[in-house]
Design a protein around this ligand. Structure first.
Ligand SMILES: Cc1cc2nc3c(=O)[nH]c(=O)nc-3n(C[C@H](O)[C@H](O)[C@H](O)COP(=O)(O)OP(=O)(O)OC[C@H]3O[C@@H](n4cnc5c(N)ncnc54)[C@H](O)[C@@H]3O)c2cc1C
Length: 457
């Protein structure tokens, strides 16, 4: 009999059709693993509900017993919010129903799917939802925080595609939400993260996105090329979205010439979603920065999600901030910080926003940083827990030097950085409204393993 102080695994097994995995099971270690290998929690149980009714059962158990509940979709939380020490992981991975209505351009996608699953299925119809840049990320976490990727300037954030959702609330109800049904809840789940319920189904508007000009340019990183790239991406038409990954010292990669190895490099991933001739024109200013490898070509959009299989880092210290510009002085500072890092790899990611994101009013959804033009993430990848403090300090100092006193952050890129940083993700009235909605839908803070917005008292 497997019994914790608060619940019995055997009872749960008898009550649910979906698998319930406990510490004595042979697949426990595989089931509890999350994307960040350094996060090594041991939950009392990992429960994989078969449907929204079973999600409701587990949510009610957590509410009634007080056991800590972590909701897991793709397991890619930087903050470790996909799991819990000693509590229940509500693992959505059995929820994989996917219905595409190509004529109406609508997809209904269950909360356990990945962005790669939905992108691949929609691509067979020449359609897409704008997600992020990595196929293994869950639609759950990515969408609930906002969602910015290769179509962000053309079609907006992932939440801007949302037509509605099925949500299991803290009181165990299963509700359909949209602009007219439970509109405050619908507002809050578009940017407010997992604070308000478990989303068991997302309904998205699909956009026609078939052949694109996309791929990667590898460009030696100097203050001039880095600032030049950001400026060119900012001035590009909305059809072009770009994510620049900057590596402080390029490891040997098959496509890099020998003389580029060990030196700073920008791996610029981009998509131009529009006519091919316009794509060529839009990419020309980026090609003028003299890439040493050029993999940009005309391709089906879905291929952007099959291009990379990023290896999970052993340990990573990150920091994130918004900026409205990134000039040569910023680029010089970033590259100097990377040179000074003692990490296995010091890296940064620069995402240029604007376009469709900024044409939606700040208060339309809980993602309120719509006028911010650039997201910068810095990351130190390293091996030993003994070096945690050194690399955390590096990431924090590098971000502090570049953010020019501005604390604003995109919630999906935050680590476990404390309440003030969560607050910085939700400026002014957005925070107050979220705290009100939280009080109405989750007064006991059942959903607290997340970038938490406590209920307004
Ligand atoms: C390699 C990598 C690449 C990334 N690329 C991008 C990118 O291009 N664009 C971008 O915007 N972000 C990106 N992110 C950030 C990503 O959006 C967040 O880490 C996101 O939270 C991950 O979602 P998940 O479902 O995979 O993770 P999980 O850890 O499973 O979930 C993250 C959080 O969301 C909650 N949650 C998840 N699903 C649900 C649900 N259905 N109902 C209620 N709560 C839920 C969880 O409880 C947890 O608090 C990336 C992250 C990584 C690690």
């Amino acid at each position: 009999m497997h019994t914790t102080a608060q619940f019995s695994i055997d009872d749960l097994r008898a009550q649910l059709e979906g698998p319930v995995i406990g510490p004595d099971d042979s697949d426990y270690d595989t089931a509890r693993a999350v994307m960040l290998r350094a996060i090594d929690h041991r939950p009392a149980a990992i429960v994989r509900p078969a449907d929204a009714g079973e999600v409701s059962h587990v949510v009610s158990l957590a509410r009634e017993t007080g056991v800590e509940l972590a909701v897991r979709a793709g397991g890619h939380s930087y903050a470790g919010h996909s799991t819990t020490e000693g509590g229940i992981v509500l693992d959505l991975r059995e929820l994989t129903a996917l219905e595409i209505d190509a004529d109406r351009r609508v997809v209904r996608a269950a909360g356990g799917l990945t962005t790669g699953d939905v992108t691949t299925a929609a691509a067979t119809h020449g359609l897409a939802v704008g997600f992020g840049d990595t196929p293994t990320v869950g639609i759950g976490g990515l969408t609930l925080g906002g969602g910015a990727g290769y179509l962000v300037r053309k079609h907006g954030l992932t939440i801007d595609h949302m037509l509605g959702a099925e949500v299991v609330t803290a009181d165990g109800r299963v509700v359909d939400v949209d602009e007219t049904h439970e509109p405050d809840l619908f507002w809050a789940i578009r940017g407010g993260g997992g604070n308000f319920g478990v989303v068991t189904r997302f309904d998205y508007r699909l956009h026609p996105v078939d052949t694109v000009t996309g791929g990667m340019l590898a460009i030696p990183a100097t203050p001039e090329t880095l600032a030049g790239l950001v400026e060119a991406a900012d001035e590009a038409p909305d059809e072009l979205s770009l994510i620049a990954n900057v590596l402080g010292a390029a490891p040997p990669m098959p496509f890099l010439p020998q003389e580029a190895v060990g030196k700073p490099v920008i791996l610029a991933l981009l998509v131009h979603s529009g006519p091919v001739d316009e794509g060529e024109q839009a990419v020309a200013p980026l090609r003028a920065l003299e890439p040493v490898a050029d993999f940009v070509r005309v391709m089906p959009y879905g291929e952007m999600f099959t291009m990379q299989a990023p290896e999970a880092p052993p340990r990573v210290a990150t920091n994130t901030f918004f900026s409205d510009s990134f000039d040569e002085d910023d680029a010089r500072e970033l590259l100097a910080r990377m040179r000074a890092s003692k990490a296995l790899l010091a890296a940064a990611q620069i995402r240029v926003l604007g376009g469709a994101v900024s044409r939606i009013p700040d208060d339309a959804t809980a993602y309120a940083h719509r006028q911010r033009r650039i997201i910068v993430n810095v990351a130190a990848i390293y091996a030993s827990p003994a070096d945690d403090d050194v690399h955390r300090a590096w990431a924090d100092d590098a971000a502090a030097a570049l953010r020019h006193g501005d604390d604003a952050a995109y919630v999906n890129f935050l680590g476990a950085e404390g309440a003030a940083r969560v607050r910085a993700a939700y400026p002014g009235a957005t925070w107050d409204r979220l705290a009100d909605v939280k009080r109405r839908y989750d007064p006991g803070n059942v959903f607290r393993v997340n970038q938490n917005v406590p209920p307004r008292r």
